[in-house]
Design a protein around this ligand. Sequence first.
Ligand code: HEM
Length: 259
Amino acid sequence: MAIRFEVRRQNAGVVTNETFSMSSNLATLLREGTKKAHTMAENVGFVRCFLRGVVEKNSYRKLVANFYFVYSAMEEELERHKDHPVVSKIYFPELHRKHTLEQDLAYYYGANWRDQAAPSAAGKVYIDRIREVSNTQPELLVGHSYTRYLGDLSGGQILKGIAQRAMNLSDGEGTAFYEFQAIEDEKAFKAIYRESLDAIAVDEAMANQIVEEANDAFGLNMEMFKELEGNLVKAIGQMLFNTLTSRRRRGSTELATAE
Ligand code: HEM
């Protein structure tokens, strides 16, 4: 159980009582506090399509590009604050995804991917938020790290399988993002990450802010997915159109032959 204690602070004549705990239950607060956002993220059209194996390479590579810029920013800022009393607790370079995303971009865009890949409008908003938080309240980077890395550790292998089947990828093609080479057991690592969250000494107000930031991070992810829905709907429409017209063409040829 967490050991809680209260500190009376006097600042410029104002006395405040602040509650601290030796070990927070931040992991549970984050899980419970983002449940609704998680369900909402799972239900975005693009995500639902992905889970059903409807994945189109052009949309997917745009997502990979956005992830590349988002993770690059997040990992740069985590690195910058790696000695910060709060950020240091969840600083795990073995989780970092930037280099795996570079490999995937080289697969989807080719060797000159750096000339082609760019963050989308929603990607830019996400990146700006990471930079802002890092400059003003680095503790809130915990909410960003939690939202992405615990999600990645949870769904990795399943999502990799879906991507491979849907886009006909051979093993080792375009799915480096889902592989944590430096982590042997992802489930065990998740437990370590959660324990590290609990080892962060935060007061209630800060814990609430971190949960709020994690919810924002879910929202920023959803905006990136939603942007891709237009592409996907167009691609599905085109496929349907091709199927219908090729059938009609075949049908009319058959009719012509019969006559
Ligand atoms: C594709 C749809 C998704 C499915 C089916 C899914 C599924 C899951 C499952 C089953 C878990 C629980 C794993 C466990 O208890 O060990 C989990 C955890 C998690 N997911 Fe997702 N997820 C999805 C999308 C997302 C998205 C879009 C995000 C964030 C951008 C996300 C972030 C998380 C986080 C942070 C956790 C850890 C919860 C905790 O233990 O505190 N997930 N997910």
